[in-house]
Design a protein around this ligand. Structure first.
Ligand code: ZN
Ligand code: ZN
Length: 414
């Protein structure tokens, strides 16, 4: 089975540990990874200790085992989150741990499994972990997500290629979009981070009151932006015991900020399928009034979309609006990855669910209630879906009622 050059794997590990989580001397690191990724994980562990990491803990997961659990375990047992898992999370946060999530899942992993079982299990896990969500959402400790291909995923993305060729093609796409190049990767990221930050400064200076999205397939949506919002993108700075720069998403192309959950009106039509809890929801639309979803439709798996929208008080509104030019490297690759980490960086997107407190001035000093009152959405969920298109126009409205063209024909023009 195809595997990339060992040197490229080392380069990828360096990117994940140095630029991604940027583990600090004396800090513990937790790596979550699929079993297939063990070679990359070993390199990550090596680099982490070279950086002075106090202790690396690795949690392996396995798609095959996960599917067997869903097929054989009862709904009750799937929804049981044992106390030791919560205690472990508490312990990790007390120790100011940073997290590297290596993802690589079969997009159809849970196809055919009873949605009720899936919902029960994910709801229970989210409820149990919600008290600790602030740690990541407020960037208290560093966290980063990178991807590792597996065969089922590669065949989903490249169904007409042989096993070997499909794997190679997915590897090439992941390394290319993650800007991995022998001995050049860290420089590539310094340059990329700077470009994104310069662009977010332009958007922050405009300080728009709202954005109006329109295209030919039916999107006609006004998204109010929270007062004193901050456009973010590229690297972030952690705020806990080990303050430092880190890159949460590898790859990343987006500028994103916080919608005002009281002021979202109109209709949005998705432009890419959404893989949610191992099930693919395609061609769906959402209609908003005064910030709430009041109607929705989907070509298939509408039941799964319904479960998402009805999950909790915040899953009827939005927590993120993100802008990406249609002519971006991921979008130009023409590949549908069936994975949010990549697909969200190919297209303008919105997120159903929680906002990032870092997207508003002073947001990390507010309580959850204060932020919610202000217009920041609160939920256990945060699910990105894509609605960018090559004919998207975006017009920003300023506080003195001036209209500014932000996007024309799918691309940034400011
Ligand atoms: Zn985003
Ligand atoms: Zn998001």
């Amino acid at each position: 089975m195809f595997k990339p050059d060992k040197e490229l794997i080392k380069e990828f590990a360096k990117l994940a540990i140095v630029n991604g989580v940027n583990v600090q001397s004396g800090q513990p690191l937790v790596i979550n990874a699929p079993v297939e990724a063990y070679e990359l994980v070993r390199e990550c562990v090596k680099v982490a200790y070279q950086q002075g990491c106090e202790k690396v803990t690795v949690n392996y997961n396995d798609d095959v085992k996960t599917r067997l659990d869903y097929e054989n375990m009862s709904e009750n047992e799937l929804a049981n989150v044992p106390n030791w898992q919560i205690e472990r999370k508490k312990y990790e946060i007390e120790k100011a741990t940073c997290y590297l999530h290596i993802i690589g899942e079969d997009p159809d992993l849970l196809a055919g499994i009873d949605p009720v079982k899936i919902k029960a299990s994910s709801l229970a896990r989210m409820k149990a972990m919600q008290p600790y969500q602030y740690y990541t959402m407020n960037n208290i400790g560093q966290w980063s997500i990178i991807a590792y291909p597996n065969l089922a995923w590669a065949k989903k993305v490249f169904p007409n290629k042989s096993d070997d060729d499909a794997l190679q093609a997915l590897w090439d796409a992941i390394l290319y979009t993650s800007r991995v190049e022998l001995d050049k990767t860290l420089d590539n990221w310094d340059k990329h981070n700077k470009e994104i930050h310069d662009h977010s400064k332009i958007m922050n200076d405009y300080n728009f009151k709202s954005l109006h999205f329109k295209n030919s397939i039916g999107t006609d949506l006004t998204v109010g932006l929270i007062k004193d919002h901050i456009w973010e993108g590229g690297y972030d700075i952690s705020k806990g015991e080990f303050p430092c720069r880190f890159n949460p998403n590898i790859p990343t192309e987006e500028l994103f900020t916080m919608p005002d959950r009281y002021h979202i009106d109109g209709k949005v039509v998705s432009t890419k399928p959404l893989s949610y809890n191992g099930v693919i929801i395609s061609q769906f639309s959402l209609t908003f009034k005064d910030g709430q979803i009041v109607d929705y439709d989907a070509l298939d798996n509408k039941e799964v979309l319904k479960n998402l929208i009805e999950m909790d008080k915040g899953t009827k509104s939005l927590g993120e609006v993100a802008l990406i030019s249609y002519d971006s490297p991921i979008s130009n690759s023409g590949i549908l990855f069936y994975d949010t980490l990549f697909d969200e960086n190919a297209s303008c997107h919105l997120a159903i669910g929680a906002c990032y407190p870092t997207n508003v001035k002073g947001g990390t000093d507010l309580t959850a209630d204060e932020l919610y009152e202000l217009g920041g959405n609160d939920s256990m969920e945060h699910v990105d879906f894509m609605f960018g298109s090559n004919d998207m126009s975006i017009v920003g409205l300023t506080y003195d009622d001036k209209e500014v063209e932000v996007f024309k024909n799918g691309n940034f023009i400011i």
